[in-house]
Design a protein around this ligand. Structure first.
Ligand code: HEM
Length: 135
């Protein structure tokens, strides 16, 4: 089955956006913890946006699975799973400091993972071939 290059491009864009928004999450956390408590609402909303983007990323990974030989499906499923956990840990932090304490390293790990996924999808040779239109 031929992979639509637009779906490959879409995956790369969404993967990059997720990494960027996780960095925004850390920035917002710094702001609402030390300066502007109201920004916690924005962090909460952004958490839901990230959840929806992770579903889109997984769907795009599935639709382009031939290009990545399923690798991106597995990585994207892991990102979705960790974002769901991250939302649970975030709300848990309202009453349980252990939960808030775990939320921070999971956020750092998610930033690393999502950045690696975005980078790997950008340098993937099969994806590049499809984008050039010769695949
Ligand atoms: C995928 C990324 C993330 C998601 C989906 C997410 C989601 C959430 C949610 C839903 C809350 C609860 C908000 C509320 O109680 O109204 C929260 C709280 C919080 N988040 Fe995140 N977050 C993410 C990343 C991060 C990162 C990277 C950091 C810091 C490095 C961070 C720091 C915090 C802190 C300090 C709280 C407050 C916990 C408390 O109530 O004591 N978050 N987060």
């Amino acid at each position: 089955m031929d992979t639509d290059p637009r779906l490959i491009r879409g995956f790369q864009l969404v993967a990059g956006l997720i990494a960027l928004l996780i960095l925004v999450q850390a920035t917002l956390a710094g702001q609402f913890t030390y300066k502007e408590p109201d920004l916690k609402n924005v962090h909460e909303i952004m958490g839901n946006v990230l959840f929806m983007l992770a579903i889109v990323q997984l769907a795009l990974a599935w639709l382009t699975r031939d290009a990545w030989r399923y690798r991106m499906v597995i990585w994207s499923a892991l990102v979705l799973l960790l974002i769901v956990a991250q939302i649970g840990l975030g709300y848990g932090g309202r009453e349980n400091l252990d939960s808030a304490a775990i939320h921070i390293p999971v956020g750092v790990f998610l930033f690393a993972l999502s950045s690696i996924i975005a980078m790997l999808s950008a340098i993937d040779e099969r994806a590049k071939t499809i984008l050039r239109g010769t695949g």
